[in-house]
Design a protein around this ligand. Sequence first.
Ligand SMILES: Nc1ncnc2c1ncn2[C@@H]1O[C@H](COP(=O)(O)OP(=O)(O)OP(=O)(O)O)[C@@H](O)[C@H]1O
Ligand SMILES: [Mg+2]
Length: 251
Amino acid sequence: MLTVENTTYYHTPGHGIENLCFTVYEQDCLVLLGANGSGKSTVLSLLAGLLTPQSGKILYEGNPVKPGEIGIVFQHPDDQFITTSVMDEVIFGLENLQVPREEMTARAYQALDEVGMRWAIERHPMTLSGGEKQRVALVAVLAMRPKILLLDEVTAMLDSHARSDFYTLLKTLKKRYTIVMTTHIVEEYLFANRVCYLQNHRIVFDGDLPAFAAHYPTYAMPFIIEFQRTCHLPICIQTYEECVKQIWPSL
Ligand SMILES: Nc1ncnc2c1ncn2[C@@H]1O[C@H](COP(=O)(O)OP(=O)(O)OP(=O)(O)O)[C@@H](O)[C@H]1O
Ligand SMILES: [Mg+2]
C-alpha cells in the first residue's frame, strides 16, 4: 500500500496541495476528482516521484518509493517519447531500471501484447495516431512492471472509438494493477471503487461512488440522467445513492 502523509507541495503561493493524507490500497481503482487547477496532476506527480514533497512523505510498503514501482501515463503521450521506435521506447525505460538485457525483450513483447501494440514495434512513436501513442506510452510503463499505475486524464485526447477501446483495456488492467487516475469524463468514474475529491488544495472527500454522489449532487447529476435514459424512470432527488447503485450494481 502507498501512504501519503501530511504532504504539502506548492508550485507557487496558492497553487498546489496542502497537508494531503490518504492511502492507496492494493487493488484500488481510485479516481481523483477536482476542478481544473485543483491539484490532481500535482498529486500524481508527487506519487510518481516527479515532484518531491516540500513537507510530509510518501511511502510504498513503508519505504520511500523505488524507481519503477509507480508508473505514470499523461494526457499528452508526446511528452513521454524520447526514442525513435516503439521498441526502443519500451527498452529505454527498462535500461534506466537496469533490467537484465536478456529479460528486456521478453518484458517488452509481453507489454506490447497486453495492449495489442506488437504490430507497431518498429514504428516511430510520432507517426502513430493519438490513441496508438497513448497505448505505447502505457506499454512503456507496463513493461517496468509497476506496483501502481497512475493515469492522468489519459483519454482526454482520444476520440470516442479509441476511448471505448481504452475502457476495454482498463477493465483488464484493473484486475492486475492498483490504479490511481484522474479524469473529467463521467463514464470513467465507473471503473473506480473509490473517489478522492480535491478542493481548496485538500482532499475533502474520500469514499465510494454512491456516497460521493450523495455528497456532491453536481457530480451525481450525470449518473441520474444516464439512469433515466436507460431505464425510462423518473428519479427523485432523494435517491442518489440508490440510483448510482442501480447503474453500477458492482458497487
Ligand atoms: N510547473 C508549475 N509551475 C507553476 N504552477 C504550476 C505548475 N504546475 C501546476 N501549477 C499550478 O498548480 C495548480 C494545480 O495544477 P494541477 O496541474 O495539479 O491541476 P489539475 O487539477 O491537474 O488541473 P487540470 O484538471 O486542469 O489538469 C494550478 O493552479 C497550476 O497553475
Ligand atoms: Mg491535470
